[in-house]
Design a protein around this ligand. Structure first.
Ligand SMILES: Cc1ncc(COP(=O)(O)O)c(C=O)c1O
Length: 382
């Protein structure tokens, strides 16, 4: 019998991420009526817990959708035809906001940089100085490249010019410091299958009072995602429509686990592991797509393969040992591989991944001194 038959795959990808056993078990409880007092207590506690992760006093709406649903929710509550929207695009997920905004009839400008790069504050400032935008969309951790924007500085600029900021924190929340209220973020979103250690199916969105007020002027709002419906329902500790009850049981359990650490320690642990991984990969002579640690996501690291080795073979070599890493996306498909360090990833998971990666690269003909990556990793994990 192989481990693969009895052990779950080790998901070293930026979502879905591994799920601890107690959270997995909580998902299989018998459903209870969603309007019952017992379930209302669970919703109330989930809202309070999510606020501690989002670092906000605003309510956090829970949608039964994937993360993209919350991206739609943000724009469908706020765009009127011909509204001026600026989309900051550093990869595939930033480009998704651009598509949604155009689909809603926005008058969209785009500030785009290459894969691996981030938005420079001066460039944003010069665009904002030239034109008055109602909304600016931006990505915190860009999962397609492993680059991370400086949200604090960028949102400060957006606020200075009176626009609303819409931040995709889908892979950054839990993994990276993101202070919604302190940094003046107007809409912040995330998703369950990322830092929250849950399966896919829930999206989270918090909106500032200014964003809620602005949504009241929107002409063709989404019915399902309407901010006002969710806000009103939350004032009674419920949801406007039938929630994904069992996923919310899981969320309730996951938030307790996450908050045992507290958001500060959780962010610090992600940073520590991501930087250790980056050090190990460099020690193995591998080139990272985002070379500067200060511009790197702590949720995912994108890596070029050694010359002559294919992404397909590297991923297959790891998969044979039950470790899953991600391919590149879009134009980076088969050009890079990505390793996730998001959610329930422990030191021993990183150690296993680097040891097996070293073995696979050597099998494929890459010359590597024994344990060079592993020693660098262990040195940093101490
Ligand atoms: C940064 C980012 N934004 C948006 C999404 C879309 O989320 P979903 O696939 O849950 O719809 C993802 C998914 O990986 C993501 O990483």
């Amino acid at each position: 019998m192989q481990d693969k038959d009895i052990e779950p795959p080790l998901l070293m990808i930026p979502g879905p991420t591994p799920i601890p056993f107690n959270i997995l078990s909580s998902l299989s409880s018998y459903p209870i009526p969603h309007r019952s007092p017992e379930f209302c207590t669970i919703i109330k506690e989930c809202n309070e817990g999510l606020k501690k992760i989002f670092l906000t006093q605003n309510d956090v709406f829970i949608y039964a959708s994937s993360g993209t649903g919350a991206m739609c929710a943000a724009l469908e509550n706020l765009i009127n035809p011909n509204d001026k929207v600026l989309c900051l695009v550093i990869g595939n997920f930033g480009a998704r906001f651009e598509k949604i905004a155009k689909g809603r009839g926005g008058d969209v400008d785009v500030l785009r940089v290459g894969y691996g790069e981030v938005i420079e504050p001066q460039e944003l400032e010069s665009m904002m100085a030239k034109k008055s935008y109602k909304l600016v969309t931006l990505t915190h951790s860009e999962t397609s490249s492993g680059a991370a924007n400086d949200i604090k500085t960028l949102c400060g600029i957006i606020k200075k010019y009176g626009a609303l900021s819409i931040v995709d924190g889908i892979t950054s929340l839990c993994a990276m410091e993101c202070k919604m209220d302190e940094w003046g973020i107007d809409v912040l979103i995330s998703g369950s299958q990322k830092g929250f250690m849950l399966p896919p199916g829930l999206a989270f969105l918090a909106a500032s009072n200014k964003a809620i007020e602005e949504s009241k002027k929107t002409l063709y709002k989404s019915f399902y995602f309407d901010f006002l419906a969710y806000k009103q329902a939350l004032s009674k500790n419920t949801t406007p429509y039938t929630p994904a009850i069992n996923l919310i049981f899981g969320l309730h359990c996951a938030l307790k686990e996450l908050l045992k650490y507290g958001i500060k320690d959780l962010n610090a642990a992600h940073k520590h592991r991501a930087l250790a991984l980056r050090e190990a990969l460099r020690a193995m002579g591998l080139k990272l797509l985002v070379e500067d640690d200060n511009k790197a996501s702590y949720a995912v690291t994108a890596v070029y393969p050694p010359q002559g080795l294919s992404i397909k073979d590297i991923r297959a070599g790891l998969k044979k040992r039950n470790i899953i890493i991600a391919n590149g996306q879009g134009e980076l498909e088969d050009k890079i591989f990505r390793i996730g360090t998001l959610g329930y990833i422990r030191d021993e998971d990183l150690i296993k991944t680097i040891s097996v990666l070293e073995m696979v690269l050597r099998e494929l003909g890459y010359e590597l001194s024994p344990n060079v990556g592993l020693n660098a990793l262990k040195g940093r994990l101490k």
